[in-house]
Design a protein around this ligand. Structure first.
Ligand SMILES: [Zn+2]
Length: 291
């Protein structure tokens, strides 16, 4: 009946409606009721979707469920409604990881401070974020056979390699006089400075040139201690951090000197690198090392 006039564009909508009504009337009434019931139930379902949060208590006085048994959505709903939810995995990591660093905005500036090369800055960055590879970290990753320091058999953490080990203590005794000369004894070197450098917040009375040179020296010392530990782990070679430090410092100052000569900036070089003649001095345009 509907198909008869399908090709006719002038067919009126009222005519189609009338014809459709006659088809509906031809269908038995109990069939129509059944179709209507099914349609309306589906519509209602769409309007009120089932939430998976129904089993989660949200009001006060109700007992929270064990989060281990919850699915992901319920778990986050539980976290949202109850800020004190205990997360077993977090407790585990808190017990097993080293304490988080306490840093302020100033410390981030010292990581890649002016005189520090990108490679040295990367070591600082790893120390700051506590991801510098040590025997402890590598042993946990199962890529190194022990978590102990090869000097003293204590657990080799970042602090141990850079500050606490007797090997490191001896090395810092060698480095400290250079820092005393640069700072004119104004700086009392603490373990925190050895690990993270010095910032403007220290109120040490140093100008920016001296502070940058001290941070460069501390960084070079840190890198020497780290490289000494790496050399032992990778090649079983015992290289004292002192010789690594002197070699790295000398070659870098020599590089800066040659660059300054090329650029005719010898005065700037002296102002920066020959502060108090702690590390080097220039006599008759010749570089003399103090290291
Ligand atoms: Zn040690």
């Amino acid at each position: 009946m509907l198909q008869e006039n399908e090709q006719n564009p002038n067919k009126h909508i009222e005519q189609t409606e009338r014809e459709f009504g006659r088809i509906i009337n031809a269908i038995p009434q109990n069939w129509v009721n059944k179709i209507n019931r099914t349609h309306s139930t589906q519509a209602e379902r769409k309007q009120t979707p089932q939430t998976s949060f129904q089993t989660i208590p949200t009001g006060s006085g109700q007992t929270a469920k064990n989060i281990v048994q919850l699915n992901t959505r319920d778990f986050y709903e539980q976290l949202r409604s109850d800020k004190n939810t205990k997360i077993p995995a977090l407790d585990y990591w808190r017990q097993n990881l080293q304490p988080p660093p306490t840093l302020d905005q100033q410390h981030w500036k010292t990581i890649y401070s002016n005189l520090i090369t990108n490679k040295q800055g990367d070591v600082n960055w790893k120390v700051t974020l506590r991801i510098l590879p040590t025997a402890q970290g590598l042993h946990r990753m199962r890529v190194y056979h022990t978590n102990l320091c090869h000097h003293c058999n204590e657990i080799e953490t970042i602090e141990h390699v850079l500050v606490q080990c007797a090997n490191a203590t001896r090395f810092w005794t060698f480095v400290t006089p250079y820092i005393d000369t640069i700072s004119e004894q104004k700086l009392q070197l603490t373990n925190s400075m050895k690990l993270l450098g010095i910032t403007e917040l220290q109120k040490d009375g140093l100008n920016q040139v001296k502070r940058q040179l001290v941070n460069w020296l501390l960084t070079t010392a840190r890198c020497a201690l780290h490289k000494s530990a790496v050399d032992y782990r990778v090649r079983a070679e015992i290289v004292p951090p002192r010789s690594l430090f002197v070699a790295a410092a000398k070659s870098h100052i020599m590089y800066e000197y040659k660059r300054a000569i090329q650029r005719r900036q010898l005065q700037q070089f002296e102002d920066q690198w020959c502060t108090n003649e702690a590390l080097a001095r220039v006599v008759n345009e010749e570089l003399l090392m103090k290291l």
